[in-house]
Design a binder for this molecule. Sequence first.
Ligand code: SF4
Length: 401
Amino acid sequence: MSTLLENFREPAPSPLLLLGQGRDLNSERGVECPGDLPAPSDPDLVERARAARAALGQKAFVLGHHYQRDEVIDFADVTGDSFKLAREAAARPEAEYIVFCGVHFMAESADILTSDAQQVVLPDLAAGCSMADMAEIGQVEEAWAVLQDLGVAGDTIPVTYMNSSAAIKAFTGRHGGTVCTSSNAEVALRWAFDQVGGTKGVDGTGKVLFLPDQHLGRNTAVQKLGLSLDDCVVFDPRKPDGGLTAQELSDARVILWRGHCSVHGRFSEQNVTDIRAQVPGVNVLVHPECKHEVVTAADHVGSTEYIIRTLDAAEPGSSWAVGTELNLVRRVAREHPDLQVHYLDKTVCFCSTMNRIDLPHLVWAMESLAAGRMVNRIVVDADDAHWARVALDQMLALPGS
Ligand code: SF4
């Protein structure tokens, strides 16, 4: 059975691999590698990683997000999505160092959920998330002021996706809202609608401000809760009053922040049409961060963990076109040689910021820690950590959690 991912081209070597010796590291926003970053071509890199990992022993716990490169995943003690990884770190109090191979907001969540005795390290501080960066706290405070001036903030509950900064999670906690993941967004939205409004519930009069991913918010509201597309408006932080009239904001049930994932946002309805024409009988499986028309055209929609479970349970011989990050799709395809796994997009779709965590950065971080030198520590300030924890705890208290 073919496991060839026929629907994409292998990339030329990424310029990201050139990060390291010979580069002006100061030119990389936020990067702090005050020691020698090993060259990607160092033939001893894997051996150095093994030695550093062994030297750290139980003092360190290495987390690997599903979208990471294989060279990094090889050294992960556990793999998973961002929330699973943060909980795994909290469940290892003996690990003094949490080396988070993911992106910045994930390391922040790990810092919030772990004890004060644990220190979270992000091997490259430039590993951010374009979606999380689309909602800055100052913008969100201004948007809330617009809702207050309109007299609707009291009937609005903020719900923020896990993929947001600690400051946005703290804002959500301060205003009585909840964090959600792509697995529990439906439950989170139903809970939020039950909290506010003269008439509560999905059919009531309350509103939700959904941050920062408009697609997950829209897909959940329309596909899972039965609201209409007209019930949803998009608040653009770059426009006065979000680019919306007072009437539009008053009538809306879900106010979607104008943010999106630069990886999942690339998939198009045409991709779905093309793969169905090329592979008769193919099952199209996509992440809910994809656009509404893509999700509507797909056969199955769900979180990263759902995508893995679905392929684990798939009938041998069946064909799948998967719309999520490419590192994950390639790994799952390799694990299932009995399936035909295709990539939904014709071009490569890695998460470029996640890919900044490469083996040189991981080696540099682990060797530094093994030498007793703390590097790239992620610390959330105490007040934000408290209120973000309130919003995370609210998520854990949601029905079915
Ligand atoms: S895949 Fe998208 S949402 Fe996930 S870290 Fe990358 S940019 Fe952010």
